[in-house]
Design a protein around this ligand. Structure first.
Ligand SMILES: [Zn+2]
Length: 429
């Protein structure tokens, strides 16, 4: 396939060039100011549209896709823990196989409509654990996105629930990666895991040569609990269990100290900054100035990375950071580096052999777009309404604003019906 007449941009390093891109199979074959079609090649005229590498959501919960607009608890939560207990832990307990599948479909469609091509999902469905990751994979692959999936192991549903969570991670990893999907080991957070549970998770990580995806110091309560349990912070607790390894994903890190961040990142862990979720839960400002190996995550609010990047920028500006523009676009680009580290391909680039994951944006800029001001256009101009097409591994998932892989209308109608039943179960369990 030949994509003609694009403004092809990359975030890291920032670059913008007018030209054509050739896609062969799942990869970029090459780009140049002008490429001529080969015999039999499909030509897609992009008419000057902006092309960016597909965006990466480094921490999400697709299972919350059916939570939009749901009624709040009778007694409004007043703390982070009450938000979990009264909202999210009720929702995940009410999920069954059908609602997991539909959440995956809806979340993946919304991701494609936002230009997001890869999601790192953190899944939880305590009433339907076994096989839930395969159900989620089926949904995300039906839409055609890439994903890295794990099950959120926790002690809060008893030992049986904990062991089923670990087994689900282990079984999914044992099945091996597919073309678009792979597994890692998931854990909820330090404050819902005993020493024994962390040891079992460490065995699962070591056994599969994998790494852990965990919420770390999202709220101060996690840190206080950790100090009570073992006299140390969350990073030290993970390190003692051998869980602080290369490609460990630490979501949030709001209450990690400078030395903890330094240690975690020097061991090869990644921080995932989720500014909109942090504001929504009022857990504080993440110390992003010390985030070096970091990417952005939506934490399940939606799958819109341009919105997350803009929030990251504004939150850092609000905290007085003069370098917020570079920092926010750097965190967005961090998703590409994270994807490259996990999947071993040159995500975020358009050189020969790069994965053909890209987003086409109908962006009529009121000022010239250059490598120097690309971050300004990203953070002040672009949003998901500009997304015209999204390609994953050489295939259009969204094409000219239509989902090309599944019947979106049918999926959303089924989701609305299932959401009503899900909310009823939520408040009856
Ligand atoms: Zn989360």
């Amino acid at each position: 396939m030949l994509l003609k007449g694009a403004s092809v941009a990359t975030l890291d390093p920032p670059s913008v060039a007018r030209g054509d891109l050739r896609i062969e199979g799942e990869r970029v074959a090459g780009g140049a100011p002008v490429l001529f079609p080969l015999p039999g090649e499909e030509v897609v005229d992009l008419g000057g549209a902006l092309v960016l590498p597909g965006l990466v959501n480094a921490h999400t919960h697709l299972y919350s896709a059916l939570a939009r607009g749901m009624p709040g608890p009778a007694e409004p939560p007043r703390s982070f823990l009450e938000i979990l207990e009264r909202v999210w832990w009720r929702l995940d307990r009410a999920l069954d196989e059908e609602s997991v599948h539909l959440s995956g479909l809806v979340g993946a469609i919304e991701a494609a409509r936002s230009g997001t091509t890869l999601v790192f999902d953190h899944h939880s469905s305590p009433s339907s654990i076994g096989g839930s990751l395969a159900t989620l994979r089926r949904a995300v692959e039906e839409v055609g996105l890439r994903s890295v999936l794990c099950y959120e192991t926790t002690d809060r549903n008893g030992l049986e629930g904990r062991d089923a969570g670990i087994a689900e991670n282990r079984d999914f990893l044992a099945g091996g990666p597919t073309r678009l999907t792979r597994g890692m080991v998931g854990a909820h957070a330090s404050f819902t895991l005993s020493e024994e549970s962390l040891a079992a998770l460490a065995a699962a990580v070591a056994g599969a040569s994998s790494s852990l995806h965990v919420h770390a110091a999202e709220d101060r309560a996690d840190v206080e609990d950790c100090v009570r349990r073992c006299g140390a912070g969350v990073v030290e607790r993970l390190r003692r269990h051998g869980l602080l390894v290369r490609r460990t994903l630490l979501a949030h890190g709001v209450h990690l100290s400078g030395p903890e961040l330094l240690e975690a990142q020097s061991e090869g862990a990644w921080l995932v900054h989720c500014p909109r979720s942090n504001m929504n839960n009022a857990v504080g400002h993440a110390p992003t100035a010390a985030f070096r190996r970091a990417a952005l995550g939506t934490d399940g609010l939606d799958e819109d990375m341009l919105a997350e990047a803009r929030a990251a920028f504004l939150k850092m500006r609000d905290a007085g950071r003069p370098d917020a523009l570079e920092a926010a676009s750097g965190q967005l680009a961090g998703g590409h580096r994270l994807a490259a580290a996990f999947l071993g391909q040159a995500f975020g680039t358009f050189g020969p052999g790069s994965p053909a994951d890209l987003v086409v944006l109908d962006y009529q800029p009121p000022t010239p777009v250059t490598a120097e001001n690309l971050a300004g256009h990203l953070l002040f101009g672009l949003d998901r309404s500009h997304v015209r097409s999204t390609m994953v591994a050489g295939r259009f998932v969204l094409r000219d604003r239509r989902i090309a892989t599944v019947d979106e209308g049918t999926v959303f109608a089924r989701a609305r019906a299932a959401a009503g039943r899900l909310w009823e179960r939520m408040f009856s369990l």
